[in-house]
Design a protein around this ligand. Structure first.
Ligand code: GDP
Ligand code: MG
Length: 163
């Protein structure tokens, strides 16, 4: 049984960039799998001997309702609940945003393990870029660059460690 890993985060943090990096190995299969809703973007990634299913929830970004009520789209919540692990991406260049805090609050309610990944951190000091994200209460931020690949292997080793 493959682990399912959901990529979650506000728009523009790099979910699709990470998805593409995770699924672009030679034997990667990026397809709508039979029986699954076509709306979500699924692919196969592999770390060492371990294949996993990765879900880019990007079609279902959090939505702002009249500027006040903010909720994660139903499909994203479903992907979170179906996943074995969640990678929550934030943007290390933009810094912490109110949307990140709202998503973090929702993710703290899931029983699934959540890995906080601070993206776009190539060329930046890891400790400095990570510092403000401890406030999200999701443990040690993992500093990565989805575009350059920095820290991605370490992240996935941690995510898949129990599988
Ligand atoms: P999504 O909306 O969360 O799926 O984000 P995308 O993957 O579409 O990326 C949004 C923007 O951030 C694009 O312009 C990407 O090229 C850029 N981006 C993604 N990852 C990185 C990264 O590691 N470093 C930098 N500098 N830019 C990145
Ligand atoms: Mg996207």
């Amino acid at each position: 049984m493959k682990a399912t890993v959901a990529l979650v985060g506000r728009p523009n943090v790099g979910k699709s960039t990470l998805f593409n990096r995770l699924t672009r190995s030679r034997d990667a299969l990026v397809a709508d799998l039979p029986g699954l809703t076509r709306d979500r973007h699924y692919g196969i990634g592999r770390v060492g001997e371990k294949p996993y299913l990765v879900v880019d929830t990007g079609g279902f970004e959090p939505v702002v309702d009249e500027g006040i009520l903010f909720e994660m789209a139903k499909q994203t919540l479903q992907a979170v609940d179906e996943a074995d692990a969640i990678v929550f991406l934030v943007d290390g260049r933009n810094g912490l945003t109110p949307q990140d805090k709202i998503i973090a609050n929702r993710l703290r309610q899931t029983s699934r393990p959540v890995f906080l990944a601070v993206n776009k951190a190539e060329g930046m000091n890891r400790a400095i870029v990570a510092a403000e994200f401890y406030e999200l209460g999701l443990g040690d931020p993992l500093v990565i660059s989805a575009a350059h690949g920095d820290g991605v292997r370490d992240l996935m080793d941690m995510v898949l460690e129990p599988f």
